[in-house]
Design a protein around this ligand. Structure first.
Ligand SMILES: Cc1ncc(COP(=O)(O)O)c(C=O)c1O
Length: 442
C-alpha cells in the first residue's frame, strides 16, 4: 500500500471526530482536499475542484491570496500571540480602524471574537448589558426567527431556528422566542432576488411584543439572507418593517452578517444592500477570508458610549483569550487590502444578473422545485425523495464533487456561493455541472 492508500485506509478508525459530518459514512468514502489557489481546490490525487461555495461561505477573495499569505507569514514571525486583556498590540487597533472604515457610517466600534458563533453570543450579551447599563435591565428577552442560524454556542443555538441543531441539547437559554420564517414557496417560488410577498411576516414581531410586553424584549436577531437554512432572501419590505417595529419599541435589531458580510450581496454588508440598518451586526468568515479563524461584532457608537459612562473600570465582562489575535488581525488586513485592490466588496453586483440567469436556467432541470438568488448566492431546491429527505441533494453533492465542483447542501437544497473573484465561464461550469448531475439523481 502506498502512503496515501494507507492514510485513507486508516481514516475509518481516525481520531478526528468531524464536525457536522456523518463520520462513519465519510470515513468509508472520504472526500479530501489538499491544496487551494484562487477559484480551485486540488484533491490529494491532484484532481482540480472548482470551489462553488467559497470553502464554507468564507473565502470571498479566493484561496491563498498573496497579500493575505504574506501578512500572516510576517506576523507569525514577528509576534505569535499577545493578550488583549488590559494589554494591547498595534495590529488589533489598526485592523479595527480599517474595519470601521468599510462598515456603514456609525458602526465604528468593533469587538473581536474567534468565530461566527462567538460573534452571535457576544452580540446578544452586548444587547443585554447595554439595556442594563441604561437602567433597562428588565429587557431580557431575545427573539430569533424560525430557520435562522446563528452558530452552535448556547446563545446562538437558542435564538436559532433549526430544529436539528437544538433538539438534542436540552432546554437552553431562558427568555427566548421566535418569529415566523419568511419562506413562502406557494407565493414566491422561483423569485429572482427579493420575493414580492411576505413583508407582513414582520408583523409577527408585534404579536410577540403584545404577548410578552415589548419592555421585556432586549433584541431581535436575524440574518439579512438566511444562509444555512437554504438561502432565504427577505421579502420586499420585510426588513424595513422589522426595523420600524424594533425602533418603535426600543428593541435592538441585530443582523447576523456572518455570510452576508464582506461583499457577498454586492455591497460590503447586507444592511447596505437592503438599505436597512441594524443596531449591531456580527461577522466572521469573509472577515479574514477564512484564513485565520475570527469573528467580529460591529456596534453603533451610541451603544458603545452607553458603556463608557459611570465609574472607570472594566465596562464589559466579556472577551476571549484570542480576541484580536495577531495572526487573525494580520490576515484581516491582508484581506481588506485584497478586497480593496480588486473591488471585491462590490464585484458581486456586476455579476449578479449573469449569476441569476445561470441559476434560473436550471428551472426545467429534473427535481427542481424552487430557485432563489441574491448577490452571488443561489439555492436550487430539489423535491425530496419519498421517505428519504435530504438523500437526493446529498447524492447530487457527492456527484458534483466527483465531477470537479464543490457545492453545499442542506436538506434537499443545493447552495452555491463562490469566491467573489469568479469569472463568467466558471459560473457556467458550476451550473452546467449541477444541471448534468441532476439528470442522474433519480
Ligand atoms: C449566519 C451565521 N451565523 C453564525 C455562523 C457560525 O459561524 P461559525 O461556524 O464560525 O461559528 C454561521 C456559520 O455558517 C452562519 O452562517
Amino acid at each position: 500500500m502506498n502512503k496515501r492508500a494507507e492514510f485513507q485506509a486508516g481514516l475509518e478508525q481516525s481520531a478526528f471526530w468531524m464536525p457536522y459530518t456523518a463520520n462513519r459514512q465519510f470515513k468509508k468514502a472520504p472526500r479530501l482536499l489538499a491544496r487551494a489557489e484562487g477559484m480551485h481546490y486540488w484533491t490529494p490525487e491532484g484532481r482540480q475542484i472548482l470551489d462553488g461555495c467559497a470553502g464554507l461561505w468564507c473565502v470571498n477573495a479566493g484561496h491563498c491570496r498573496p497579500k493575505i499569505v504574506e501578512a500572516v507569514q510576517r506576523q507569525v514571525a514577528a509576534m505569535d500571540f499577545a493578550p488583549t486583556f488590559q494589554m494591547g498590540h498595534p495590529i488589533a487597533f489598526e485592523f479595527a480602524e480599517r474595519l470601521a472604515k468599510v462598515a456603514p457610517p456609525g458602526f465604528s466600534r468593533i469587538f473581536y471574537t474567534n468565530s461566527g458563533s462567538e460573534a452571535a453570543d457576544t452580540a446578544l450579551k452586548i444587547a443585554l448589558a447595554y439595556h442594563r447599563a441604561r437602567g433597562e435591565g428588565h429587557r431580557f428577552r431575545l427573539i430569533g426567527r424560525e430557520r435562522g442560524y446563528h452558530g452552535v454556542n448556547f446563545g446562538g443555538m437558542a435564538v436559532g431556528g433549526l430544529q436539528a441543531n437544538k433538539k438534542t441539547f436540552g432546554p437552553g437559554v431562558a427568555g427566548v422566542d421566535h418569529t415566523r420564517h419568511t419562506h413562502d414557496p406557494a407565493r414566491n417560488a422561483f423569485s429572482r432576488g427579493q420575493p414580492a410577498h411576505g413583508a407582513e411576516f414582520a408583523e409577527e414581531l408585534e404579536r410577540l411584543c403584545a404577548l410578552h410586553d415589548p419592555s421585556t424584549i432586549a433584541a431581535v436577531i436575524v440574518e439579512p439572507v438566511a444562509g444555512s437554512a437554504g438561502v432565504l432572501v427577505p421579502p420586499q419590505g420585510y426588513l424595513q418593517r422589522l426595523r420600524e417595529i424594533c425602533t418603535k419599541h426600543g428593541i435592538l435589531l441585530i443582523y447576523d452578517e456572518v455570510i452576508t458580510g464582506f461583499g457577498r450581496l454586492g455591497q460590503p454588508f447586507g444592511s447596505q444592500r437592503f438599505g436597512v440598518l441594524p443596531d449591531l451586526f456580527t461577522t466572521a468568515k469573509g472577515l479574514t477570508n477564512g484564513t485565520v479563524p475570527m469573528g467580529a461584532v460591529f456596534v453603533k457608537d451610541a451603544i458603545y458610549e452607553a458603556f463608557m459612562q459611570g465609574a472607570e473600570g472594566i465596562e464589559l465582562f466579556h472577551g476571549y483569550t484570542y480576541s484580536g489575535h495577531p495572526l487573525a488581525c494580520a490576515a484581516g488586513i491582508g484581506t481588506l487590502d485584497t478586497y480593496e485592490d480588486e473591488g471585491l466588496l462590490t464585484r458581486a453586483a456586476s455579476l449578479e444578473k449573469y449569476w441569476e440567469d445561470a441559476a434560473h436556467s436550471l428551472k426545467s432541470a429534473p427535481h427542481v422545485i424552487d430557485i432563489r438568488n441574491c448577490g452571488l448566492v443561489a439555492a436550487i431546491e430539489l423535491e425530496p425523495r419519498a421517505g428519504a429527505p435530504g438523500k437526493r441533494a446529498y447524492e447530487a453533492f457527492v456527484k458534483t464533487f466527483e465531477q470537479g465542483v464543490l457545492v453545499r447542501y442542506t436538506g434537499d437544497i443545493l447552495a452555491l456561493s463562490p469566491p467573489l473573484i469568479i469569472e463568467k465561464q466558471q459560473i457556467d461550469r458550476l451550473f452546467d455541472c449541477v444541471r448534468e448531475v441532476l439528470q442522474t439523481v433519480a
